[in-house]
Write a protein that binds this ligand. Structure first.
Ligand code: SF4
Ligand code: MG
Length: 337
């Protein structure tokens, strides 16, 4: 399958007052055309930084980026900002968690969808307005002709999210990056928005990178999953592979903290004990080792000393043997889920 977006050994380092922070440390992944990659991890795992870097939205004065980001073979890291500006909105677009960071309170919703279309395609103002109305209809805004004249504050939260999706898709981007797009919405609206994204992907054929801390959402929208922890990828595979036979202790923890439909919701979820490490001085060896309850099974000090490697395709970065990963998941993790 053709890789549409290829990220190779990406390293993103921020200069801070306390010293350099390596927010992303040697990340490689591929996104196939028309498919959805779900990137999952806690805050501070580097998932959002990765995607801001792909879009070229990082601050170049405080951020050092190494490695390769190839969009259909075109290297983005070295692409000048003027050209990146053209790519954003046209070939690449982003949906944020909070629509108010993308929508301006001072312009009508219709104009904010029409404007980038006009800019990128050279369409007339009238054509662009019609396109905006069509897009609002596509994302399920009732009475779009009239609602296009409204300002964002006249829309509900769910409708603003739909409007932002319309804005992101108006130029038919090949790559859509969605960063926690449904986190702020209630469950019903969240499900509607996810359905909408899936339908639009069918229609537009975009590749989507979907970032979330919620494995349940990933299960719903993604084809492939990459789990990130402390700036590195720790597990990857198809949705089926990762959800049916998770291999990494961190992924097990995430699965454990997922609300389950058939469970008693009054029971507290089991979040992973401890907090993600500071990336100013990350733990040696496996970065998950201070929180991992399976270190003893590996034995010795290997987890503390040796960085576990992540392979290509279906793989997990953990020193447990393949047999241990399989049996622990089947005998100890899954029965509790
Ligand atoms: Fe746990 Fe060791 Fe595997 Fe890291 S390498 S996840 S510390 S068992
Ligand atoms: Mg386009």
């Amino acid at each position: 399958p053709e890789s549409f977006l290829s990220v190779r050994d990406l390293q993103v380092t921020f200069a801070t007052e306390d010293g350099p922070v390596k927010a992303v440390d040697g990340l490689s992944f591929d996104v196939r055309r028309g498919s959805t990659l779900g990137i999952v991890g806690e805050s501070g795992s580097g998932k959002s930084v990765t995607n801001l870097t792909i879009l070229g939205l990082h601050n170049p004065r405080t951020t050092t980026v190494d490695g390769e980001i190839l969009l259909e073979g075109k290297e983005l890291i070295t692409t000048p900002e003027k050209e990146m500006e053209k790519l954003r909105g046209n070939r690449m677009a982003m949906i944020f968690q909070d629509p108010l960071t993308a929508l301006s309170p001072f312009y009508t919703v219709g104009w904010q969808i029409a404007e980038p279309f006009q800019k990128h395609t050279g369409a007339s103002k009238k054509e662009a307005w019609q396109r905006a109305v069509d897009m609002l209809e596509k994302v399920g805004i009732p009475n779009p002709k009239e609602r296009a004249k409204d300002y964002p504050h006249q829309f509900s939260g769910g409708m603003r999210q739909r409007a932002m999706i319309a804005m992101a898709l108006v130029c038919d981007p090949d790559l859509l990056i969605a960063d926690e797009p449904t986190t702020a919405l209630d469950v019903t609206v969240q499900a509607q928005i996810l359905d909408l994204l899936k339908d639009l992907q069918q229609e537009f054929g975009s590749a989507i990178v979907f970032i979330t801390h919620d494995l349940g959402v990933i299960a719903d929208v993604a084809d492939d999953i990459m789990v990130m922890y402390a700036g590195r990828a720790v597990e990857r595979g198809t949705v089926d592979e990762v959800l049916r036979s998770a291999q990494h202790p961190y992924t097990w923890g995430l699965l454990n903290s997922m609300p389950r439909l058939d469970s008693d919701l009054s029971l507290p979820l089991e979040p992973i004990p401890g907090t993600p490490p500071s990336l100013l001085s990350p733990p040696s060896g496996c970065r998950f080792h201070p929180r991992c309850t399976f270190r003893d099974r590996v034995g010795g000090s290997r987890c503390v000393e040796e960085v576990p490697a992540l392979g290509q395709g279906r793989s997990s970065a953990c020193h447990l043997t393949a047999e241990q990963k399989r049996t622990i998941y089947l005998d100890e993790i899954r029965p509790g889920l």
